[in-house]
Write a protein that binds this ligand. Structure first.
Ligand code: MN
Length: 208
């Protein structure tokens, strides 16, 4: 059995500056993401202990802990790769075509994704996802690390709008952070994720 581990970033902490500072990236990765990894491993270990002891009275708390912490680990692992130092601009190829097909245009997609990010009450994420059952792109508003998303959706582009993601750089002005995110959005990574999701989820939820 392998524990979850903190992945390395594919670039230096300071590589996304000035859009996102090295100080935030280092704290976010080494402290916040690490805490989710530690929490997910702890939840799995506690669930195993509870099964072995035949003592499942705390199962609701432990399942919530697992969803929150594993959600945090998954979300951040995707988020880091969704950004890059030589990124920004607009999508190309099949990703651009899919965005046009399902959202009308890149500008409409960007406005929708931004509104979702700005609208998150409390902590959460804006997510471009591949819906396995409909075989289509959708935008989802993810609460905390684990809520308000349908099962069977595959996240392709995730924007963290927890205050820990931007407060050091932008204080309370989330809009400036969301605007800066587009400067570092790694469309090549999103395109790879879309191609993989399309190929691997075809028919997945329609087995009969
Ligand atoms: Mn975060």
């Amino acid at each position: 059995m392998v524990d979850y581990t903190l992945p390395e970033l594919p670039y230096d902490y300071a590589a996304l500056a000035p859009s996102i500072s090295g100080k935030i990236m280092e704290l976010h990765h080494t402290k916040h993401h690490q805490a989710y990894v530690t929490g997910a491993n702890a939840a799995l270990a506690q669930l195993a202990e509870a099964r072995d002891a035949g003592s499942l009275g705390a199962v609701n708390k432990l399942e919530k802990d697992l969803a929150f912490n594993l959600g945090g680990h998954v979300n951040h692992s995707i988020f880091w790769t969704n950004m890059g130092p030589d990124a920004g601009g607009t999508p190309e190829g099949e990703l651009a075509a899919a965005i046009d097909e399902f959202f009308g245009s890149f500008e409409k997609f960007q406005a929708h994704f931004t509104a979702v990010a700005m609208g998150v009450q409390g902590s959460g994420w804006s997510v471009l996802a591949w819906d396995s059952i409909g075989q289509r792109l959708i935008i989802q508003q993810l609460f905390d690390q684990q809520s308000n998303m349908a099962a069977g959706t595959v996240p392709l582009l995730m924007l963290d709008v927890w205050e820990h993601a931007y407060y050091l750089d932008y204080l309370n002005v989330r809009a400036d952070y969301v605007k800066a995110f587009w400067n570092v959005a790694n469309w090549e990574n999103v395109a790879l994720r879309l191609a993989a999701a399309r190929e691997k989820t075809s028919g997945l939820l329609l087995l009969s």
